[in-house]
Ligand binder design. Structure first.
Ligand code: SAM
Length: 275
């Protein structure tokens, strides 16, 4: 984690800013902080920074027993107030289910070819609105782009923007978007972020946050754009996940496949593309 990320993070419980307490080993490389503790300025809730990823979830401090043992000395010198067990219990069930479903999958399987990810990202999100007119694609998932197709993509609409990837998984689209946008934040609930970290490690404009879409640990309005690919329907409440992440960053022009998510009616969200 790099300190700039603190400008965007908030406590998911009370919405206050977080303070970062880096642990000693990180002093050698102040830009990349691997281990530490984030503490809410309002309610003093503790959120571990472990393996370079801020774990801004209600149950994270309770869950990471090894982290607590390894850094017991440093933790004993910081003032914080652990969240009550009942606050974390309900969330724990959702977290366990999602981690089981996706943590293994994304940490085990290889990434798809970049050309495919590039085309899928621009075609599905509408981040290059003109691309719809340039290509005739019936089903992007069975589409293998040619060099000529790829040459038609322009990322100019992302230039200078701060972009949020809602449910970034192992980060394959972060690796695309960060070529064009100024800053990209990947938010995900699962340990797939460990894999994402390896994917984006040489990209200083990418930040990762472990957090829940249903209570995003991010400052409202911090992002210029948000996109989400294959995620919202995995939450217990798709509509609510859509609405709650919207204030964080405006959805540009997403795609919802009516056949897959028949109940979602994005009324009031102009620029939301339905296909
Ligand atoms: C099918 S994967 C898609 C990942 C990525 N967008 C991609 O296309 O490669 C769904 C992702 O949604 C994440 N997810 C599910 N529920 C979530 C929640 N409540 N908050 C944050 N992420 C969630 C999962 O952890 C998983 O990484």
């Amino acid at each position: 984690m790099r300190a700039e990320l603190l400008d965007y993070l908030v406590c998911p419980k009370c919405g206050e800013a977080l303070d970062l307490h880096p642990f000693l080993d990180d002093a050698a490389d102040a830009r990349e902080i691997d281990q530490g503790l984030l503490v809410c300025r309002g309610c003093a809730a503790p959120y571990p920074l472990a393996e370079g990823i801020p774990r801004v979830l209600p149950n994270a401090f309770r869950r990471l027993q090894k982290y607590r043992r390894d850094f017991s000395t440093q933790l004993s010198q910081i003032d914080f107030r652990e969240l009550p067990l009942e606050d974390t219990r309900q969330f724990e069930a959702l977290h366990r289910l999602t981690s089981r479903a996706f943590g293994y999958e994304w940490n085990t399987y290889r990434v798809t070819p970049r050309a495919e990810d590039l085309m899928t990202f621009f075609w599905l999100t509408g981040a290059d609105p003109e691309i719809y007119g340039k290509l005739s694609v019936n089903d992007v998932f069975s589409f293998y782009p040619t060099a000529a197709d790829l040459a038609k993509i322009s990322g100019s609409h992302l230039a200078g923007k701060t972009v949020l990837d809602v449910g970034c998984g192992m980060g394959k689209y972060l690796a695309i978007v960060s070529d064009y946008a100024e800053t990209v934040i990947g938010l995900d609930l699962s340990d797939a972020l460990v894999r994402a970290r390896a994917v984006v490690k040489d990209r200083p404009n990418v930040h990762l946050v472990q957090g829940n879409i249903l209570a995003p640990p991010l400052k409202p309005g911090f992002a210029d754009l948000a996109y989400s690919l294959g995620v919202l329907h995995h939450t217990p409440d798709t509509h609510s996940a859509f609405r709650r992440s919207n204030p964080v960053g405006n959805w540009p022009c997403g795609c919802i496949r009516k056949r897959k998510i028949p109940t979602l009616t994005p009324i009031g969200f102009t620029g939301f593309r339905t296909m």
